[in-house]
Design a protein around this ligand. Structure first.
Ligand SMILES: Nc1ncnc2c1ncn2[C@@H]1O[C@H](COP(=O)(O)OP(=O)(O)O)[C@@H](O)[C@H]1O
Ligand SMILES: CC(=O)N[C@@H](CCC(=O)OP(=O)(O)O)C(=O)O
Length: 294
């Protein structure tokens, strides 16, 4: 490294210092969307960001999705994916695939990536330690439904309660929890829950400082495709009403609002297709993406 590059590296570290001090000892929930798990290089960069956070004294908690990965396996099995209001219609057969892909393939891949970078990750679904209690999502909870859309979403769940004991235990042992969004009903049945909604609830119950949602757009965009760097609850309502926010962005903004209204200091939607998106959001003066304000 020549001297200019060395000075630049030192400047970057110094810029990060106040943020490292501010977040030390705090919990930060990172939602890693299936659409942000694009290629091996990006996945490794994500894992390195998480390990770095842990090493500077932050408690990262990863909640992951895997919608595209579920879709690909369903396709191989000859089953079509159907979404209503951003939620996958989940019959019993689909639920088996969801549990295998989220709790198995995707969860263990993330655990393994973090561990390869020197972290100590432990993978969980909401069934482990009774972490995520769920109930069947009632159709009325989906505001965007029209009468024609009213069909049974099957085993799609919503969070009824979170028992964070297992997460606290892992944090205190210096492990990094990696959580798949599967909930358990009173009858022991599995429920498929949108990962954004789980991330929001977990951030709230843990009293997290920040919720970072990694996805495949730069953040919330307006009708011209311009990035909105910050949106309030009122602006979000208007953007939903005029259709600017739709599909997969709906649960994202809803859970972000829910989190900030429940005491999480900031919720940000950022582009997970950019290397080190998490570090840029946390440790630089400019930040990235869209911040959701209460
Ligand atoms: N106003 C908006 N701004 C940005 N993206 C939007 C907007 N409205 C809808 N979307 C869609 O939401 C998608 C992100 O949600 P989703 O596909 O569920 O991602 P993830 O897998 O990360 O949860 C974007 O790729 C985009 O197609
Ligand atoms: C009910 C529901 O839609 N569940 C999601 C769970 C995974 C998820 O949320 O994945 P992303 O974050 O990658 O979108 C699904 O089945 O796709």
């Amino acid at each position: 490294m020549d001297q200019t590059a060395a000075i630049h590296a030192a400047d970057v570290l110094i810029e990060a210092l106040p943020y490292i001090q501010r977040f030390a000892g705090k919990t930060i929930v990172i939602k890693y969307g299936g659409n942000a798990m694009v290629d091996d290089r990006l996945k490794r960069s994500f894992a390195r960001d998480i390990v770095l956070m842990k090493h500077v004294g932050i408690n990262p908690v990863v909640v992951h999705g895997g919608g595209p990965q579920i879709g690909r396996l369903l396709e191989r099995l000859g089953k079509e994916s159907r979404f209503i209001g951003g939620m996958r219609v989940t019959d019993t057969e689909t639920m088996d695939v969801v549990e295998m892909v989220l709790g198995g393939l995707v969860n263990k891949e993330i655990v393994s990536l973090i561990n390869q970078q020197g972290g100590r990750a432990v993978g969980l679904t909401g069934k482990d330690g009774g972490l995520i209690r769920a109930r069947k999502l009632q159709r009325t909870a989906l505001d965007s439904l029209t009468d024609e859309d009213i069909i049974d979403l099957g085993q799609v769940g919503e969070v009824s309660s979170i028992d964070p004991a297992v997460v606290h235990m892992l944090d205190s042992g210096d492990f990094i929890p990696v959580i798949a969004p599967i909930g358990v009903g009173e009858d022991g049945d599995a429920y498929n829950i949108n990962a954004d909604l789980v991330a929001g609830k977990i951030a709230a119950i843990l009293g997290a400082d920040k919720l970072i949602l990694l996805t495949n757009t730069r953040g919330v965009l307006d009708t011209e495709g311009t990035l909105l760097t910050a949106v309030s609850a009122r602006e979000v309502a208007a953007l939903i009403a005029d259709g600017t926010i739709h599909g997969g962005m709906l649960p994202k903004v809803e859970c972000a609002l829910d989190a900030v209204n429940s005491g999480v200091k900031t919720a940000t939607i950022v582009d997970g297709r950019v290397e080190h998106a998490v570090l840029m959001e946390l440790f630089t003066d400019q930040g990235v993406g869209t911040q959701i304000r209460s």
